[in-house]
Write a protein that binds this ligand. Structure first.
Ligand code: AMP
Ligand code: GLY
Length: 422
């Protein structure tokens, strides 16, 4: 079949890598793609936020299956346009993607289905929000309701910080995303991510992961989009996964269906685990980046069969074949990230690295310049390896990093530390 993947990051490179290994895939196109993706698929350039442009491209290229990577096209209704045109599509409708696009909506759903999550309140004006913060005290969490590229959440350790966040949000720092603000109870515990495929009715867990949000070793420095990840996440034991399915995921899927907006795609549940129980932190309507890279490394070619079963509403007929393995990915970023950084530094040595079912460098922000690979973003490479133990996967990933010649880049040296020290 002919398959189109939308997106341009390491997540989409990993999706393309897994899909390409499946013999069902005849032709693979990624839009817009990047320099790494271009080594295994065709890349196409059109506006992936424009549903009618996506449909036209699919019709002109006889596309049989569309996989939507990032949240922006989902929130823009690209899955709706594709399905309305009769295209087999992986990814939720705009109405269902509200589970990521609106934090207040997610909280409403949790309340409606009694899913455990932090206590919360919503505000459209600053004065009552300030009163609420003064009554509740710190620590407390202030969130812009809408999509803010991962920056709209302030975990305030003091009341003053929380009040400042209110001023910033209602002052327009996050644009329309901050027109409504959600204030939440601060939850203690260890965070982990749980990934579930759902076709609207059935649900199939496809793995757990943990990422590293801070830029520096030992979880120091500013927040980033993620500096590395590993799968599985030991904190998400079988028992806690069962509890999360029964109390959070399945009730959410049922509530979305009951409202006439069934959720179809991958549901990414961010969980806080404390005292042997999970509570929901947030949902995302897509694979995590870089969590997808470790999930795809473990799933391989079957990822396509699972995504097809999701789109064709027959998830009850498939199962995941697991190895007792571990995968770990280290993000290499441009010096300066997540602050200001220069583009265009040259990366050497990639062509000498192994590329097989246990080793892969996924590209997140690269471009080609005169047959050289250059950095074109903040997060640039996801150096990913699989092993029989997490230690083996970690050592293999860092051994690859040590062979990459890129003076303009850096990475954390401690990815996996939490799981490795347990
Ligand atoms: P979100 O975008 O909702 O995932 O929030 C970003 C990050 O803020 C999460 O990954 C958590 O580390 C943290 N966070 C969000 N909500 C809470 C909460 N209620 N309690 C503690 N930490 C939180
Ligand atoms: N790695 C976190 C995310 O994709 O949202």
């Amino acid at each position: 079949m002919n398959i189109l993947i939308l997106g341009s990051g390491g997540r989409e490179h990993a999706l393309a890598w897994a899909v390409k290994q499946n013999p069902k895939c005849d032709r693979l196109i990624v839009a817009p793609g990047n320099a790494g993706i271009a080594m295994l698929a065709e890349c196409a350039d059109f506006d992936i936020l424009d549903g009618s442009a996506v449909v036209t491209f699919c019709e002109e290229n006889a596309i049989d299956f569309v996989i939507i990577g990032p949240e922006a096209p989902l929130a823009a209704g690209v899955a709706d346009s594709c399905r309305a045109a009769g295209l087999l599509t992986f990814g939720p409708s705009a109405a269902a993607a509200k589970l990521e696009a609106s934090k207040a909506f997610t909280k409403e759903i949790c309340d409606a289905c009694a899913a455990p999550t932090a206590a919360w309140a919503r505000f459209t004006e600053a004065a009552p929000a300030r009163d609420y913060i003064r009554r509740q005290g710190a620590p407390i969490v202030v969130k812009a309701d809408g999509l803010a590229a991962g920056k709209g959440v302030i975990v305030a350790m003091t009341e003053a910080e929380a009040l400042d966040a209110i001023d910033d949000m209602f002052g327009g720092e996050f644009g329309a995303a901050g027109a409504e603000v959600v204030i939440e109870e601060f939850m203690q515990g260890e965070e982990a991510s749980f990934f579930i495929l759902t076709d609207g009715t059935h649900a199939l867990p496809i793995g757990t992961a943990q990422d590293h949000k801070r830029v520096g070793d030992g979880d120091t420095g500013p927040n980033t989009g993620g500096m590395g990840a590993y799968s599985p996440a030991p904190v998400l034991t079988e028992a806690i996964q069962r509890q999360a399915m029964e109390e959070i995921v399945l009730p959410t899927i049922a509530e979305m269906a009951r409202r006439g907006t069934p959720y179809q795609g991958v549901l990414y549940a961010g969980l806080m685990i404390d005292g042997g129980r999970a509570r929901l932190v947030e949902y995302n309507a897509r694979f995590g980046d870089p969590e997808c890279q470790v999930l795809m490394m473990r799933l391989g070619a079957q990822a396509l069969d699972l995504m097809l079963a999701t789109a064709e509403a027959r998830l009850d007929e498939v199962q995941v074949v697991w190895d007792e393995d571990h995968a770990l990915t280290v993000v290499m970023a441009t010096q300066g990230y997540p602050g200001a950084y220069a583009k265009g530094s040259q990366i050497r040595g990639l062509e000498e690295l192994p590329e097989d079912s246990r080793h892969m460098v996924f590209h997140a922000g690269t471009a080609n310049r005169e047959a050289q690979i250059i950095a074109s973003g903040g997060r640039v490479l996801n150096v990913t390896a699989r092993g029989n133990t997490l230690t083996e996967a970690r050592n293999a990933a860092y051994a690859m990093i040590d062979r990459i010649d890129w003076p303009g880049g850096f990475c954390r040296r401690d990815i996996g530390w939490r799981a490795l020290s347990e």
